[in-house]
Design a protein around this ligand. Sequence first.
Ligand code: ARG
Length: 459
Amino acid sequence: TENRLWGGRFTGKSDPLMDLYNASLPYDKIMYEADLTGTKVYTQGLNKLGLINDEELAEIHRGLEEIKKEWASDSFVEKPGDEDIHTANERRLGEIIGKHIAGKVHTGRSRNDQVATDMRIYVRENLTKLLELVANFVTTILKRAEQEIDVLMPGYTHLQRAQPIRWSHWLSMYATYFTEDYKRLKQILERVNQSPLGSGALAGHPYGIDREFLAEGLGFEAPIGNSLAAVSDRDFVVETLFWSTLFMNHISRFSEDLIIYSTAEFGFVQLADAYSTGSSLMPQKKNPDSLELLRGKSGRVYGSLSGFLMSIKSIPSTYNKDMQEDKEPLFDALTTVEHSVLIATGVISTLAINKEKMEGALTMDMLATDLADYLVRKGVPFRETHHISGECVKTAEDLKVSGIDKLTLEQFQKIDARFGEDVKDVFDFEVSVERRDATGGTAKSAVLKQLANLASKLQ
Ligand code: ARG
């Protein structure tokens, strides 16, 4: 443990379990590149201050490059005393270029501004990648919706058949959710992309480092305006976890719909083999495991958010080791979301739909609202027509005919004299969906507008 970077004031040995308990290297090494980049730019800042000369800077950068290669080729040798990625990289730099020069890189810097910087770089990189994956997912949904615009299906409330809609309208609903996720992600990225570097441990930089220069060098929009906030703020982690949670909630509902639609009882969709599994016992089974995992994994992401919120709920300002607990939930959530969006994209692009089953599930009672609207168009107040249409449904049930469309004109007129010959035109699902051509509705023109509008937001 003589390796420790902070060993000067310590004489006693540490408990080996404490070393393990304290160490974050097993999981924060995933940020090695962000850490090396941070040090590269930081030492340029020190060079501008004259605290590191040009030859030393070149040596440092050479060493950092070498360390990067070691991590990338999995040949970096971790040593006892490497607490986290920051100490491991600095220790290794000393071995490569000598402790005399390596000993200068941390001048005026603390792991507190360092870790906040690394995390922001890492999160930015991952959210940028996710942005593209989500856009691709939405594009896949939109493409499908356009191709299958003519397919009708039942729309549900309370999971009870409600009104006929277009299958594409259902797809467009999820495309709407996921497009909002896309936009939300962009907004979060703006707040992630702020620079804590040059804040020191908490109080600020003692050599007047150019924080704007550091921010720019690392691609950040600007330095965070208060050094205490810079080292203590993990809101960007919370926002990322919240985004992930909400996204997974949408994924979960999307999956649940498709699980239901893929049952034999519905039979609207069939999953591709690539996203299904069989049963070890029942030979006939084809299970929608991909969708169940998407639904199930949403739970662990919710857990990451709520767990981390608990971890930080009453920590005093500024840095406290509790904050190290940001990493595992964050990394886990990012991986889960990345895999989930890829699986969901795969599922929706390979799914087969069964148009006959979808349209076969439409029943005439789903046009009861249209029947009420028919009388509205003849000048009858809607409250009244709602009641009349209800009576028609009941009469059809009492007479045990297969649907309201089977009532004779006489039977209709017995219920209300204002029914005319043209009432039969109501009983057409296509006519029903096409009536709903106001913005956002299920008519073909309205759905196509939605698709175009969503596509235009993905830039
Ligand atoms: N591994 C630590 C973390 O993830 C780095 C910061 C340590 N800072 C400190 N003052 N002990 O939070």
